[in-house]
Write a protein that binds this ligand. Structure first.
Ligand code: NAG
Ligand code: NAG
Ligand code: NAG
Ligand code: CA
Ligand code: CA
Length: 354
């Protein structure tokens, strides 16, 4: 009798999972054809073969690029190579990416950089904050950028029990930042179930040396995060819910939701165009192909521009789209003086004129 009940339960669970898998395939836009959209003069960046997960650009046009992310469930073409941070000068005619030297005393072998964020101190010192996953844990590394002989000097590792499964950060003060958590379960299989059942279990965290707290919750998978030019609003991408949350930032660092901009594609990383305040979103138009990677039928790439973010009707337009023949698995796009740099989770990076 017990066995019968167990079998019935098993059958019901399998049917439920089967039903969820079908629904998930649909949600993941598994078999979507992508209409190409290409701005002028796009060229692939030399030297960046194994991903350009996140990009942040200094006001001077120097771009930092995190590369070589190893992440459960995602393809990686250089599993034995540690991750790196690249530097690129967007003022150059044909900018090339160059791996930045990292000071000794930091474990470079296990470096696994994910989201990054620049912070410029009062004395104009440039700091780079990097979400790191050494041995698949989450830490935030603070580096000082040495421009003369371009290198990163490791300053500090931040660890905290609430800083788990961190995806991206946005730094707003020395050691003050918001961080997104992209899944709740630390077990890979359980985190897949979270996605399958679209559980809203992830959150945004505020970190400072004196206070660490959850400031917004209810995301299926909180991913890219950035701040408006006036620093009054924080934008959070929920990659699984395909939307961007516009949150108002309060003096005590709490966030309240102002609106949700629903898109029809999986939004990954967000940046703000310094010239216009528009949001640029790196998206996965057919995210299923990221999870089940096939070089013959690769994941595509898409970049959206969201204008008039705070208005009643923000305008969403596609500024780049490709079926994977040029660029696979876009994760981020960032602009500087008419140039747009598009990064990908595990593939190359592309520079275009806007
Ligand atoms: C992707 O799938 C969703 C359904 O989850 C659909 O609403 C949306 O239109 C699809 N996206 C595209 C670009 O077709
Ligand atoms: C960009 O997107 C990838 C894919 O999800 C993610 O792993 C990475 O953290 C993102 N980077 C930033 C800065 O959000
Ligand atoms: C992508 O599109 C190009 C034309 O733009 C086409 O030649 C190619 O076969 C397509 N690739 C895939 C994988 O769909
Ligand atoms: Ca970032
Ligand atoms: Ca991300």
């Amino acid at each position: 009798m017990g066995k019968l009940v167990a079998l019935t339960l098993l059958g019901a669970s399998l049917a439920l999972i089967g039903e969820r898998l079908l629904a998930f395939r649909k949600i993941m836009n598994a078999s979507l054809d992508i209409e190409p959209v290409e701005p002028q003069n796009c060229h692939l960046i030399e030297g960046l073969e194994y991903g350009s997960e996140d990009i942040d650009i200094l006001p001077s046009g120097l771009a930092f690029i995190s590369s070589g992310l190893k992440y459960p469930g995602m393809p990686n073409f250089a599993p034995d190579e540690p991750g790196k941070i690249f530097l690129m000068d967007l003022n150059e005619q044909n900018p090339k990416a160059q791996a930045l030297k990292i000071s000794d005393g930091f474990d470079k072998e296990s470096f696994n950089p994910h989201g990054i964020s620049i912070f410029i101190g009062k004395d104009h010192t440039v700091y780079l904050y990097v979400v790191n996953h050494p041995h698949m844990k989450s830490t935030v590394e603070i580096f000082k950028f040495e421009e003369k002989q371009p290198s990163l000097i490791h300053v500090k590792t931040i660890k905290h029990k609430l800083l788990t499964s961190v995806n991206d950060i946005v730094v707003l003060g020395l050691e003050q930042f918001y961080a997104t958590r992209d899944h709740y379960s630390t077990n890979f299989f359980l985190s897949l179930l979270e996605m399958l059942f679209q559980l809203r279990w992830t959150h945004v965290l505020f970190y400072s040396p004196t206070e660490v707290k959850v400031v917004a919750k209810g995301f299926i998978s909180a991913n890219g995060i950035t701040v408006s030019l006036d620093q009054k609003y924080v934008y959070v991408a929920d990659v699984a819910a395909k939307n961007v949350h516009v949150m108002e930032k309060h003096d005590n660092w709490d966030l309240t939701q102002l609106k949700v901009i629903q898109l029809s594609t999986h939004v990954d990383n967000l940046t703000v165009d310094p010239a216009t305040g528009d949001i640029l979103a790196g998206c996965h138009p057919n995210a299923m192909k990221l999870l089940i990677y096939n070089p013959e039928n690769p994941p595509g790439s898409e970049v959206l521009r969201i204008q008039n973010v705070l208005s009643e009707q923000p305008r969403v337009s596609t500024v780049y789209a490709n079926n994977g023949s040029v660029l696979q698995g876009t994760s981020v796009a960032s602009t500087y003086r008419g140039k747009m740099l598009i990064g990908t989770v595990f593939h190359k990076a592309l520079c275009c004129e806007l």
